[in-house]
Ligand binder design. Structure first.
Ligand code: G3H
Ligand code: ZN
Length: 278
């Protein structure tokens, strides 16, 4: 199966009442691991990579790896640009075959956020690709971007923001945190308020550490996608770290990379099944 268009993936998820996980990849091994986890679970989701990460592996390389990783699959998988930092990144990813895009201009003042998102949405919609935008800001660490303060999404701004940006999904800030914060305080009543005024489905960033019961509750209020980054990266690093702790002369990269793919794919499979258990 080819990488699936983001609109088709969301329609499939809504038809089958699934929540779509979006798993952050970094490289070849993590990309194959994420695909393996989704395919084994027989549940849909995204492979995603953040703008920040594209310094390491450019969109064309990630896109080719992802296409190869899903070519025998019968499970729909999309390829998503996460936290797209610029129109240039958006354009490059669309041109490289990404099937879903986030433009993250949430660090800009409101009107500039709208302008940046609108520009990206117009470009992506020419190619029939959905756009995620963020209103509000999350605390925590997303790769090497650290944001100390969070500003929760203001329900009174949602309708105007969605209308004027043309975004197809909205990433919200409701107490979710980037990074391994083990007890994020998710504000479900706020999510309910946002859902009541949003004409588009909602996205939760900072999935690592959010209890499954909270995710199942959030599903009632428009949640369609939840992002996981730290949880998988931890599995990847743990594989190499434990080997090194055992033997400081460890140098069998091939064996450890295969083990890392196993560990990451197992975690991805666990997560996609957990969020869709209910
Ligand atoms: O965009 C990526 C996710 O929001 C990562 O969040 O590292 O807390 O799972 P997480
Ligand atoms: Zn995020």
């Amino acid at each position: 199966m080819k990488l699936v268009n983001g609109f088709d993936l969301m329609n499939y998820a809504q038809k089958h009442n699934y929540i779509l996980p979006a798993f952050n990849t970094t490289d070849l091994e993590m990309t194959y691991a994420i695909a393996k986890g989704l395919i084994e679970a027989e549940l849909p989701g995204y492979i995603q990579i953040s703008s920040n990460n594209l310094r390491l592996s450019n969109p064309y390389i990630i896109s080719r790896i992802a296409q190869d990783a899903v070519k025998e699959a019968e499970t729909p998988v999309g390829l998503h640009l996460d936290h797209g930092k610029s129109f240039e990144d958006v354009k490059e990813c669309v041109d490289a075959g990404f099937t879903s895009i986030m433009i993250d201009a949430s660090h800009l003042p409101y009107e500039e956020n709208i302008k940046e998102c609108r520009r990206a949405a117009e470009y992506c919609h020419f190619y029939g690709i959905p756009v995620e935008a963020e209103l509000g800001a999350l605390r925590g660490k997303e790769e090497d971007i650290v944001n100390e303060s969070d500003s929760k999404t203001d329900p009174d701004m949602v309708a105007d923001f969605v209308e004027r940006t043309g975004c197809d999904t909205l990433a919200v800030s409701i107490g979710n945190v980037h990074g391994l914060c083990l007890n994020p305080q998710i504000d479900i009543p706020l999510l309910k308020q946002i859902h009541q005024v949003s004409s588009v489905p909602l996205v939760l960033h900072g999935g690592s550490g959010i209890p499954k019961e909270v995710i199942w509750e959030a599903k009632k209020y428009g949640l369609i996608k939840i992002n996981y980054g730290s949880d998988l990266r931890k599995e990847y690093i743990r594989t190499f770290g434990e080997a090194y702790e055992t033997n400081h002369n460890e140098h069998d990269v091939i064996h450890l990379s295969v083990a890392a793919v196993e560990n990451v794919s197992r975690r991805a499979k666990e997560l996609v099944m957990m969020i869709n258990e209910n």
